[in-house]
Design a protein around this ligand. Structure first.
Ligand code: SIN
Length: 300
């Protein structure tokens, strides 16, 4: 009798008892999650760090709202994910970008400028894919924003890969695409790199389909640095790369971030593409984001 009663009770379970509220809630779009329950002005406890890492693995992009970070705090948070990357980009005075630097439309006198300083940011890319060890994660923190627009868009390369027809997956499996700084500068209409830059970062072949080292999931590894396909006639390789990019950046794979002041956004370059969106009056309004990048490992 007792046994039967237990079975009946188990068969008619009501709603499960409430568990702990997840720290991050999914964003509306193909990827990403947000929280307003973390304060990065103080060191995080081990459980929160673990929750952030888990959410990052699951959602690929996290938004932590309402932060007011100085360079030191941003650096300390970023280095929880790995070694911090150094940069090749030089400022007007010839100095290199700091580990924590700013993405801005302001000139040296602090006035908004209508033309972007780094126009290639407006093309789909994954950071530093032209290096042997491309960027793992990039972090942006909103310090000044235009009244509207100035969005950043992200595309999920794992979902894009999964949605490819099996025949295409078979066709691209094992291919390598050559990633080139010089090609990117031509493709985006930017100034050519210096000979020193090319010597520091010569073209390099990476898998067209890379496997995420933590999740084991496959994703497309493409974008504005992808020049051609190794061992394929150049025209055919270009056609394939353009076809894959058009597929991978359909609305169904995108999340568009509409910035709020104080947002800290960070994303996984190993499985996402991103680009800035030129949807604000650049010559009129100020847009300043602090930025830091975590170095990655050799794609495989
Ligand atoms: C970037 O490409 O890292 C910058 C994106 C942005 O300015 O929104």
């Amino acid at each position: 009798m007792e046994h039967l009663h237990a079975q009946t009770a188990a068969g008619h379970q009501g709603p499960p008892p409430p568990g702990p509220t997840p720290l991050f809630r999914p964003l509306s779009g193909a990827l990403g999650a947000e929280t307003d329950a973390i304060d990065l002005s103080r060191p995080l406890d081990a459980a929160t760090i673990e929750a952030v890492r888990t959410a990052f693995r699951e959602h690929h992009l996290l938004v932590i709202r309402n932060q007011s970070l100085d360079k030191e705090r941003m650096y300390r948070f970023a280095e929880l994910f790995g070694p911090i990357e150094s940069h090749m980009i030089r400022l007007a005075d010839g100095s290199k970008w700091d580990a924590v630097h700013t993405i801005t439309n302001l000139d040296a006198a602090g006035n908004p400028v209508a033309k972007p300083f780094i126009s290639s940011n407006y093309f789909w890319h994954t950071d530093k894919s032209f290096l042997a060890e491309p960027s793992l994660l990039t972090m942006l923190h909103a310090v000044e924003l235009p009244p509207n627009g100035g969005d950043t868009q992200f595309a999920d390369m794992t979902k894009a890969y999964d949605a490819l027809p099996d025949a295409t997956k078979r066709r691209i499996d094992g291919l390598k695409s050559v990633q080139s700084l010089e090609f990117m500068r031509r493709y985006t209409g930017s100034a050519p790199p210096t000979e020193d830059d090319i010597a520091a970062a010569p073209p390099i072949a990476h898998p067209l389909v890379r496997t995420h080292p933590e999740t084991g999931r496959k994703s497309l590894y493409i974008g504005m640095y992808s020049s051609h396909i190794e061992g394929m006639p150049e025209e055919d390789g270009r056609a394939l790369l353009e076809e894959l990019l058009a597929h991978a950046t359909q609305d169904r794979f995108l999340y568009t971030h509409t910035w709020q002041l104080g947002d800290l956004v960070f994303w996984d370059n190993r499985c996402l593409l991103h680009r800035a969106v030129a949807n604000f009056e650049m010559g009129k309004h100020r847009r300043v984001l602090m930025r830091i990048v975590v170095k990655g490992t050799v794609p495989s």
